[in-house]
Write a protein that binds this ligand. Structure first.
Ligand code: G4P
Ligand code: MG
Length: 169
């Protein structure tokens, strides 16, 4: 893949985009009880959101791509919330991930979390790729914030950089 087919973001880009998303969430009057980060890509975005919306972060680990970067049929659960029902029942959840790509992981995660009877789940993603989606956001989910709409290109996040000083140069 040539560099024109990739989009690079720095830590500062990410932080600024999340600040914008957090402002929108507040403007829309959503006051979550808990943040749920989809790892691993959602970990750092969720932590930055916490700077603006200071709520506890729970994490779930999901993996769609295997060791050879081939997407699996369904995401694999790497880790889940312990005592999940106790932690989510009746709660307002803010689900955070870095990228809405195929929506397969997002849909899987939303359906799993919905089965624990939260009061509401809202979604915040840093980036949405404008493309035909394989998954869909369940109709019950009515709040969804996107930091930035992007073309369907490979996004290079700073946390994936081997040499951060040459990231994007
Ligand atoms: P979605 O539901 O949120 O749309 O995600 P989807 O199932 O399509 O795929 C999610 C996986 O693909 C995540 O990695 C995510 O990080 C990765 N991904 C998709 N597009 C990009 C991209 O442009 N750049 C990068 N860096 N990653 C991308 P995962 O293997 O499931 O887990 P993890 O990497 O978050 O640990
Ligand atoms: Mg990934």
């Amino acid at each position: 893949m040539s560099s024109e087919e990739k989009i690079f973001f720095t830590y500062n880009d990410i932080h600024n985009t999340i600040q914008k998303v957090a402002q929108q969430i507040k403007q829309d009057g959503y006051d979550p009880d808990v943040i749920v980060a989809i790892g691993t890509g959602g970990f750092i975005p969720a932590r930055i959101i916490k700077t603006y919306i200071n709520k506890p972060i729970l994490t779930v680990g999901l993996k769609l791509y295997d060791e050879n970067n081939i997407p699996k049929k369904s995401p694999e659960k790497i880790q889940w919330i312990d005592e999940v029902e106790k932690k989510l029942k009746g709660k307002k959840v803010l689900l955070v991930d870095e990228v809405d790509d195929s929506r397969v992981t997002l849909e899987y995660c939303l359906r799993e979390l919905m089965s624990d009877a939260p009061a509401e789940i809202a979604v915040a993603v840093l980036h949405n790729k404008n493309k035909e989606k394989r998954g869909s956001i369940p109709a019950e989910i009515t709040r969804y914030w996107v930091g930035e709409e992007l073309e369907d290109k490979w996004i290079c996040y700073p946390w994936d950089a081997i040499d951060i000083n040459s990231h994007g140069t």
